[in-house]
Design a protein around this ligand. Sequence first.
Ligand SMILES: [Zn+2]
Length: 135
Amino acid sequence: MSVTRPTAAAAPPRLEAASCSACGHLFLPKGPLCPRCWSSDLTTRELCGQGEVATFTVYRQQYHRDFPPPYVIALIALREGPRMISNVVGCAPESVRVGMPVRVRFEPRGERVLPLFEPAGSAAATTPSNPGEPA
Ligand SMILES: [Zn+2]
């Protein structure tokens, strides 16, 4: 999935989706045809980077050396409509909830910049404590 611009030059990374000129549908990942009307008349539209967690899971086993557990894999429902898979970072995995507001946060990983998501607004300040853990 290509949702960010390369780190080259001084252009800041942007979250973008494909936009169908025929029917107005926004979608990710980008592809050669609109999945709604099959038009190939596509452009790119910048997204606001706000959304909410539609569903998620917490990985507790290490599958890749660059991703030490625990970490959150989430389906993010972006405000403009498209959904994308990413990580929720900047909070304890146990505090992630379905419906939690999140915003994009770009993090460099080698040659790429990844669009990750962190708690937005009051969700960051009202993280419930885990009753099974000491305070
Ligand atoms: Zn379309």
